[in-house]
Design a protein around this ligand. Structure first.
Ligand code: AMP
Length: 281
């Protein structure tokens, strides 16, 4: 596996591969890799002749009071994991490679960036969309792989790629979970042992919503009641939002028919966790 740190080398490598007729699968991450990230690389490996993964903790998607400075990092272990997954290039640009002096261009996806995490994290999806478009331009992938765990992020990126005619296929990948159901996340490392136990309430709340959907319950209020009740059982869990939304527009649903997304952000202690489940009849 090759490690590349500069934009010029990355782009030159990709141009060379494309000239040879290779297809490039791309997995952008912020590092501190877990099985969720590796599942994206695995799928990229099966669908493409070359795989690029990136690690970049993007400052512009963190708010002023968020965890940019404490975000967990382990480049050595990440490098070994990527190599083991058969990644061809690990792109680890320095922050000044991404937005140097005089930087002034941003991408804003209007509709789907607004609700849910968009309300409590203003500017977050603008930071995400901008860096993802820049990375797509640098790596020039045929396909890029994103986790459904960050469902709203996935919708923002799909909308951007559609609206700006970006020539990359966006692939949605299922959420990988711990044995007890907790969605894997680099931020799970922040949880104390007791908080880690309590954090199972997110996936268990979603499972309660799934039970209602499987019984064809049409009343959204019942889903919200059941999910909220499960979260409230845990002393350190504080919901930021618990919603039932249209999976395409992310707008609230009052009644449920054959498709919906249950989605939540919950603080467990100081750690903000997100999770969701897509229900389709
Ligand atoms: P991050 O490093 O958190 O920016 O995540 C990088 C990519 O991995 C994003 O596309 C995430 O949606 C995806 N991802 C993170 N956690 C999981 C998970 N538990 N299962 C599947 N994909 C995930």
């Amino acid at each position: 596996m090759e490690t590349i740190a500069t934009v010029s080398e990355m782009t030159a490598w990709s141009r060379g591969q494309l000239r040879l007729g290779e297809t490039i699968g791309f997995v952008p991450t912020m590092g501190y890799l877990h099985e969720g990230h590796l599942s994206l690389m695995h799928l990229a490996r099966t669908e493409n002749s070359k795989v690029v993964a990136s690690i970049f903790v993007n400052p512009t998607q963190f708010g002023t009071n968020e965890d940019l400075s404490t975000y967990p990092r382990d480049p050595e272990s990440d490098t070994a994991k990527c190599s083991h997954e058969g990644v061809d290039v690990l792109f680890m640009p320095d922050v000044n490679q991404i937005d140097g002096e005089g930087y002034q261009t941003f991408v804003e996806v209007e509709g789907v960036s607004g609700p849910l995490c968009g309300l409590s994290r203003p500017g977050h999806f603008k930071g995400v969309a901008t860096v993802v478009l820049k990375l797509l331009n640098m790596v020039k992938p045929s396909a890029a792989y994103f986790g459904m765990k960050d469902y709203q992020q996935l919708r923002v990126i799909m909308t951007m790629v559609r609206d700006l005619n970006v020539d990359t296929r966006i692939v949605a990948c299922p959420t990988i979970r711990e044995a007890d159901g907790l969605a894997m996340s680099s931020r799970n490392a922040y949880l104390s042992r007791d908080q880690r136990k309590q954090a199972v309430c997110l996936s268990e709340a979603l499972a309660k919503a799934k039970e209602l959907f499987d019984r064809s319950e049409p009343d959204a209020a019942k889903y919200l009641g059941a999910m909220t009740a499960r979260i409230e059982q845990e002393p350190d869990a504080e919901p930021e939002y618990i919603k039932l939304v249209d999976p395409d527009t992310l707008e609230d649903l009052t009644s449920v028919r054959n498709r919906c997304l249950a989605v939540m952000a919950v603080r467990v202690g100081n750690t903000r966790l997100i999770d969701n489940m897509l229900f389709e009849a």
